[in-house]
Design a protein around this ligand. Sequence first.
Ligand SMILES: [Mg+2]
Length: 100
Amino acid sequence: MTIKQAQQWVHEAWKKSPKQGISERDELLFLLEEIGEVARAIRILNGNKPGAKLEDELEKEFGDILLSLLTLANRYSIDLEKGFAKTKASVEARYVVGPK
Ligand SMILES: [Mg+2]
């Protein structure tokens, strides 16, 4: 699935959901909340409790972040493929050393 396809899937999925009328501010807060959940999972994994269950949880929490990010981008009609392409080009120009 491409980023564009994921954004479209999220757009269609939320149209079928009872989750309607949520403000952009609250969508941002959901994203921050999901980031916090990843932080918690990483903190626990980096502690003395490593285990497959937590690694599965971390994977799920990253998925939650992606869903929130796609949702928020859709609210602002942001094309994340274009946005990421700009970021990728910026990183490559700054850090990736190619043949001269
Ligand atoms: Mg979560």
